[in-house]
Design a protein around this ligand. Structure first.
Ligand SMILES: NC(=O)c1ccc[n+]([C@@H]2O[C@H](COP(=O)([O-])OP(=O)(O)OC[C@H]3O[C@@H](n4cnc5c(N)ncnc54)[C@H](OP(=O)(O)O)[C@@H]3O)[C@@H](O)[C@H]2O)c1
Length: 231
């Protein structure tokens, strides 16, 4: 099996891309630490993926440093190591600088940017030990400029962090992959803006690809759009 019993911690594993990634990685032989705020959904998924020998659920609000540290502690105590971490938790907002509440903005910036930075900080010591692999979920929105989109700005920040941490880790043997999806059919969208979007399993395959490369290959970025997505 590709994962060879290696251990991955995934934030935002309760839904959409994170949950599909968890299923694909479990099928590839990875053991999983599933983190998000919805503990019941995570526990259900962990059960589906083989129970505590193969997958565990950890309640974690990525905005909280104590939660992120606790997730890493639980992972390390349970499985003895962390070989990969995937900072995937995130959500969007209306496309207008007059849209949504300022509280919604605050939570989005703290989740998408600060939360991802905390995941990096919490997992980096373990990843250096195992010469492991860090993944970050960016977005096509982190590559281009979208009118009125603070969400897009948060993803530009994630793209910046991916390259910054790659440079920091250079020479340690650890690797960094930025996964930048186009439009994916998940609960992220209330109304999908495209007729034929990606499905979460399409992104999951990209994650499995990045994680299955030989040690000397570091897939730094995968941008994957639906075949028909103009921007
Ligand atoms: N769908 C798309 O078109 C698309 C495109 C490009 C990039 N992305 C990115 O892909 C990632 C996953 O999104 P998705 O499409 O799979 O949406 P989703 O189905 O809504 O999943 C979002 C995940 O983030 C978690 N999350 C949100 N806030 C959190 C917090 N404070 N602490 C911990 N977990 C939190 C949610 O878990 P809980 O609610 O259980 O905490 C959930 O598991 C996000 O970073 C998103 O920006 C999505």
């Amino acid at each position: 099996m590709g994962g060879d019993d290696r251990v991955i911690l995934i934030t935002g594993a309760s839904s959409g891309i994170g949950a599909a990634g968890a299923r694909a990685l479990a099928a590839d032989g990875w053991r999983l630490v599933l983190a998000s705020r919805s503990i019941e959904r995570l526990e259900e998924l962990a059960g589906e993926l083989g129970g505590s020998e193969r997958a565990i659920a950890v309640e974690c609000d990525v905005m909280e440093w104590a939660d992120q540290q606790a997730a890493v502690t639980v992972a390390t105590e349970h499985f003895g190591r962390i070989d990969a971490a995937w900072a995937n938790a995130g959500f969007g907002a209306q496309r207008s600088f007059l849209g949504d509440s300022v509280e919604h903005w605050r939570a989005m910036v703290l989740t998408n940017v600060y939360g991802a930075a905390l995941t990096i900080r919490a997992t980096l010591p373990g990843l250096k030990e195992t010469r492991g692999h860090l993944l970050l979920t960016g977005s096509v929105a982190g590559r281009r400029y979208i009118p009125g989109s603070l969400y897009s700005a948060t993803k530009h920040a994630v793209h910046g962090m991916a390259e910054s941490v790659r440079q920091e880790l250079d020479g340690t043997g650890a690797r960094v992959t930025l996964i930048a999806p186009g439009i994916v059919d998940t609960p992220f969208f209330e109304n999908l803006p495209l007729e034929q979007p990606l499905v979460a399993e399409d992104v999951a395959r990209a994650v499995v690809f990045a994680l299955s490369q030989p040690r000397h290959v570091d897939v730094n970025e995968i941008l994957v759009r639906p075949t028909a997505q103009p921007l």
